[in-house]
Structures are given as structure tokens and as C-alpha cells.
Design a protein around this ligand. Structure first.
Ligand SMILES: [Zn+2]
Length: 45
């Protein structure tokens, strides 16, 4: 999971970081690039 010291999430695709409104629910998409795979780093082949 892409977390940064419990302060927020980081998008593995665009590098955007943000603090979620509700920690109970994991963001479905990156608020910036809207990528649903924001928490999954690109696999290199
Ligand atoms: Zn993003």
C-alpha cells in the first residue's frame, strides 16, 4: 500500500500525495490523475 508515514496516500502513477477524508475507506482513484491503479506501481515487464 502506498502510504506516507500515516499522513496520506501517494499515487504511484503521478506522484501526487493527498490526505484522505476518511481513513476507513481506501481511495478508489487518485484525486489528481483519476487512476484506479494509483496504489499499484507499474510493473517493469
Ligand atoms: Zn495520480
Amino acid at each position: 500500500m502506498a502510504e506516507i508515514m500515516l499522513k496520506g496516500y501517494k499515487c504511484e502513477r503521478c506522484g501526487h500525495t493527498w490526505v484522505p477524508r476518511d481513513w476507513k475507506e481506501k481511495p478508489r482513484v487518485c484525486p489528481k490523475c483519476k487512476n484506479p491503479y494509483w496504489d499499484k506501481p507499474k510493473k517493469s515487464k
